[in-house]
Design a protein around this ligand. Structure first.
Ligand SMILES: Cc1cc2nc3c(=O)[nH]c(=O)nc-3n(C[C@H](O)[C@H](O)[C@H](O)COP(=O)(O)O)c2cc1C
Ligand code: SF4
Length: 656
């Protein structure tokens, strides 16, 4: 079978994903819906920016049947505004910007859905309060102090949603979606955890769903029959420790949404303050589908779900098995808007894979535009030099040698080659991946970190990079080859500690790769990502008396908050001693000497693990005779996280 034929026939491998669907009166070309995603790309005053339009256009070009906007807040005071760069649908003056997004989506063959989102308990980002049905103190100190919403304000909020719906129709949207999840206004009414009201909006589940139903009924009436209205609700709150809804109550909320006229439901999981992991790597793909299945059994409208369905096999089976009708994808399509196209064309290995690191999400809470660890082009879709739609060739073709086959080197090599340079990548090991090979073994799900490495290797090969493995090069060998630019991407190694003299010194590689077992009483030097990762790894393997010694005032400074709380929770449960503001200053026999807040302290230890890293110095030479241009990227410049390596590589590849 020819390559093209194979590509064309690929839709048949995913017959359910690529079968047409129906929402209300509308036909949908396939079962893929790009799920609502705040980006912080719009301007701080709620107006849509060019950057947002370009991003949404890329999503539509990627082939999803439905493309949903980020949630737009519906009220003029900004009580519903949860992110500094959240877009607004609170006044008519926002319609032209919203219409630009609708037009870009529809022009590219998708249905345009607009999401109305009042952030409630997570709202009022620029105010000194947030609105809730009852005053229930915040669990996450980041959010604003709650203020009880009055009956008058409830009526106003219903009207806000209705007026927002009219603007969405005027702006040309095909579908309207209402978000009532994770701690946003409607969900706080639905949940028994946050709704303690004694009026008709509180009490049993039917009363707690009253606001949601009034909003749905009002929006439906405003939108008319030709514009379907869907709603996102929580299928499982994961708030048992706070007195949240029972499973039965959550199910009832979906039935009531259907009764109020919803044309589809999107099933979501957890609240932001749930103390259970929902969307991190340790949650197996497709894990939450059982919740959608419960809902699918009781409603007669289409059911959709996102949540860790990163590979098409999962939703393909779920749709085939009648568990969901539509596959919603958020992070997989932040990482690669072309996900649907690549699946349908048999180019699955080219998908830029989301690694569930949640950098995108956490950026929102630092009031920053979202970034993606594995896709540096995010937010630069309309800037030609970033090459989202392909690079133009460099004016001068250079001979470039990249030393090191970790993420920085691979990313740099692939971009440079796409720009027309002749690129050779040298890796002294037999395997590419650099330190990611180690990171991929740290915990459950970490194996997914190898997916972007595989994808980058494919990109390199596809764009003509010559990859040479298992050869230790010298500068002289490169002189002979004739090189214009040399890129040092040799990564990092464990830091040397001349002050420490113990026999029992281990590196993370010793423990994870070589399976060495450190003594029970072991100190880990360094409490950033690597140190915490090792502590978590050991704590899951057996019984240790571990101590982490960290110079800074905080542990896990470089670890995403979605993972950090889990790690710290486990380490506390395992009674790991966590010492911050503590610096190792020497060793006497078995006594490790640390300087802790200006006081000298001794810790008796049998083993030491050094987690701190420093750049590999092997190529830190005067290379002026090898090439005119010499660059250092990734950990070879300064040990940091995966996304720093990928961004370093990408940016250098763009400018070489
Ligand atoms: C950066 C980011 C922004 C999000 N913004 C919204 C939003 O505006 N409205 C909403 O209902 N859900 C929002 N979500 C939730 C997603 O739509 C989705 O339900 C969740 O990420 C799980 O799906 P996934 O595993 O496909 O990412 C957001 C998620 C992320 C990562
Ligand atoms: S930042 Fe991380 S979680 Fe977000 S889309 Fe990119 S890879 Fe996925």
């Amino acid at each position: 079978m020819g390559k093209e034929q194979y590509k064309e026939s690929n839709k048949e491998r995913y017959p359910h994903i690529f079968s047409p669907g129906q929402i209300g009166s509308l036909k949908v070309k396939n079962r893929i819906k790009y799920a609502a995603t705040e980006t912080n790309f719009p301007f701080g005053d709620g107006f849509v920016s060019d950057r947002e339009v370009a991003y949404m256009e890329a999503q539509a070009k990627g082939g999803a049947g439905i493309v949903t906007t980020q949630g737009a807040y519906p009220d003029t005071k900004g009580e519903g505004k949860g992110f500094k760069g959240m877009m607004s649908i609170a006044e008519d003056r926002f319609i032209p910007g919203l219409a630009r997004i609708a037009e870009a989506i529809k022009r590219n063959g998708a249905l345009a859905a607009l999401q109305i989102l009042h952030c409630g308990r997570e709202g009022g980002v620029e105010l000194d309060y947030c609105l809730m049905p009852s005053v229930v103190p915040q669990r996450l100190s980041y959010f604003k102090p709650p203020r009880k919403i009055s009956s008058y304000q409830i009526k106003e909020s219903v009207q806000d949603h209705i007026r927002a719906a009219r603007r969405a129709v005027d702006a040309g949207y095909d579908i309207i979606e209402i978000s009532g999840i994770v701690g946003y206004l409607l969900s706080t009414f639905i949940s028994r955890y946050t709704n303690k009201r004694v009026d008709k909006y509180g009490g049993d589940i039917k009363n707690r769903c009253r606001l949601m139903m009034e909003v749905l009924q009002g929006v439906k009436a405003e939108a008319g029959d030709s514009v379907p209205v869907g709603i996102r609700l929580c299928g499982l709150e994961l708030l048992d420790d706070r007195g949240g809804n029972t499973v039965e109550e959550s199910l009832e909320s979906f039935l009531l949404a259907e009764e109020a006229g919803a044309d589809y439901v999107s099933v979501t999981i957890g609240w932001h303050e749930s103390s259970v992991s929902v969307i991190t790597r340790d949650v197996p793909m497709g894990h939450w589908l059982y919740v959608a299945e419960r809902i699918k059994k009781i409603v007669n409208i289409p059911v959709m779900m996102a949540f860790r369905q990163f590979m098409p096999e999962t939703p393909e089976k779920a749709i085939g098995d009648g568990i969901i009708d539509f596959w919603e994808a958020c992070r997989p399509m932040i990482a690669d808007p072309e996900l649907p196209l690549k699946i349908s064309k048999g180019r699955k290995e080219e998908i830029i894979p989301c690694i569930a690191c949640n950098l995108c999400f956490s950026r929102l809470y630092y009031h920053q535009p979202i970034m993606c660890s594995v896709r540096p082009t995010l937010g630069h879709e309309n800037e030609a030099d970033w090459g989202y739609y392909g690079f133009s060739r460099s004016k001068r073709k250079k001979k470039i040698v990249v030393i090191g086959g970790g993420p920085a080197g691979l990313q740099c090599a692939s971009v440079a080659a796409k720009r027309g340079h002749k690129v050779t990548l040298l890796e002294k090991r037999e395997l590419i991946g650099g330190n990611i090979l180690l990171a991929s073994k740290v915990d459950e799900g970490a194996i997914e970190l190898l997916r972007p490495i595989k994808m980058l290797e494919g990109e390199c090969l596809h764009s003509g990079v010559e990859i040479r493995l298992g050869i230790q090069y010298t500068p002289e060998a490169l002189v002979e080859e004739g090189t214009d630019a040399i890129v040092i991407a040799t990564g990092s190694i464990v830091k040397t500690f001349p002050l420490i003299t113990s026999q029992n010194i281990f590196t993370p590689e010793d423990i994870i790769d070589k399976g060495k077992n450190p003594p029970k009483r072991t100190v880990i030097i360094g409490g950033e990502g690597v140190g915490l990762g090792i502590a978590v790894f050991l704590s899951r393997q057996g019984e240790y008396d571990l101590v982490i010694v960290e110079e800074g005032g905080r542990l896990g400074r470089d670890v995403n908050p979605f993972y950090l709380w889990q790690y710290l929770k486990l380490l506390k449960e395992k009674r790991v001693t966590l010492l911050t503001r503590s610096r190792v200053v020497g060793m006497e026999g078995k006594m490790l000497c640390i300087n802790r807040m200006a006081e000298k302290e001794f810790i008796e230890v049998d083993g030491i693990i050094i987690s701190q890293r420093e750049p590999v110095k092997e190529w830190n030479l005067d290379l002026g005779h090898v090439a005119k241009e010499v660059y250092f990227i990734g950990d070879a410049k300064r040990p940091r996280r995966l996304h720093n390596a990928i961004y370093d590589g990408y940016r250098l590849g763009m400018m070489l």
